[in-house]
Write a protein that binds this ligand. Structure first.
Ligand code: AVJ
Length: 334
């Protein structure tokens, strides 16, 4: 492609909207979390370089069915999704690899990424670069606009133009409490036009042993992933958590329909957090809640979306309904 002066127009551009506040956010969240009745650390802090690597390992575990199932559901759904989308902006919130975007672009009516601008949104610029490099090579007509930002607050930077297909894969919506999920879904609804679609991955309620095995794998990768969050706090805030004195525990809470992941203090201890000028006392057996992972039914998913002003248009799932992709619109809002 040439611009008016006859020079080639670059096919990819990155815009960084990240405030430099990661450490400030962590400090605020850790102060609140370590002084709460139920101690907690928000799960978004799992994903430093080592945590992201461990998470990719989790996705390949035999017990962790989500990633493989979602990809096979997408394989069957991408034709229908892309037929109605046609072309425009393909926005992916928190892309991991380029696998899912490839499936969609392969299924587009026009070849080589013609007419599509891929817009991944992620806090990690290196993750964005890694996810888009292969796509640019594979699809010679694809354009890319990488948005370095936090998809829980920076969606306003997504350009308002033409048609949009927004995706949020991985079941990550389940890591949000209901109010946080509502805020997130409403902010997506806010950038959608009436003909736009939003595809959301949801992990479903299923037999408890299957659910619990996925978060207590035999190889101990999830345990290592869980404990790594203490290493993040140590590094960023100078804390002296001893990950060796905490145990991994994950179980399904039937009333809340969610997996809850904890770190359990194996002895009474005191932990210093110099950056917060704080000493935290742990009793033996006391826990830090590090993650919730909500599991949905079609009914609870319908309630989640309708409360945010979204309507389920199509539902794609596997025969056992272990995982689902909900295609939703903001139709009916006017
Ligand atoms: C894929 C990010 C939603 O909740 O299952 C995996 C993260 N935590 N094992 C999930 C996770 C423990 C995960 N998400």
């Amino acid at each position: 492609m040439l611009n008016r002066t006859g020079n080639p127009v670059p096919r990819s551009e990155f815009r960084n909207y990240l405030s430099s506040g990661y450490r400030d956010d962590l400090a605020r969240d850790i102060l609140a979390g370590m002084t709460a009745e139920q101690k907690c650390i928000p799960s978004r802090y799992f994903y430093d370089a080592r945590g992201s690597q461990l998470f990719e390992e989790i996705c390949r575990l035999p017990e962790y069915y989500q990633t493989r199932l979602e990809l096979s559901i997408l394989h069957g759904a991408c034709g229908a999704i892309m037929e109605s989308f046609g072309k425009g902006d393909l926005v992916e919130l928190g892309p991991g690899t380029d696998l899912k975007a490839s499936k969609l672009i392969d299924a587009a009516p026009e070849p080589e990424g013609e007419g599509i601008c891929y817009i991944p949104v992620d806090v990690s610029e290196s993750a964005l670069a890694a996810a888009t490099e292969g796509l640019l090579r594979r699809y010679p007509r694809l354009r890319v606009l990488g948005i370095v930002g936090d998809f829980t607050r920076d969606l306003g930077y997504i350009p308002a133009r033409g048609k949009k297909l927004v995706t949020f894969f991985g079941g990550t919506i389940g890591n949000f409490t209901d109010p946080a999920a509502q805020r997130m879904l409403r902010s997506v609804a806010g950038v959608m036009g009436e003909d736009d679609r939003f595809v959301v991955g949801l992990d479903m309620v299923k037999p408890v042993p299957v659910l619990e095995a996925a978060y207590n794998d035999a190889a101990g990768v999830t345990a290592a992933f869980n404990k790594n969050i203490l290493a993040v706090v140590n590094r960023e805030l100078g804390a002296d958590f001893d990950p060796g004195r905490f145990e991994h525990r994950a179980g399904f809470n039937r009333d809340e329909e969610r997996i809850e992941m904890h770190l359990v203090a194996s002895a009474a201890m005191a932990v210093g957090i110099p950056a917060l000028d704080l000493h935290v006392a742990f009793e033996r057996g006391e826990t830090i809640l590090t993650e919730i992972s909500r599991k949905f039914t079609r009914e609870s998913a319908g309630r989640l979306f309708s409360a945010a002003g979204l309507t389920v248009e199509r539902w794609f799932s596997d025969p056992k309904e272990w995982f689902a992709l909900a295609e939703v619109s903001r139709a009916g809002l006017g």
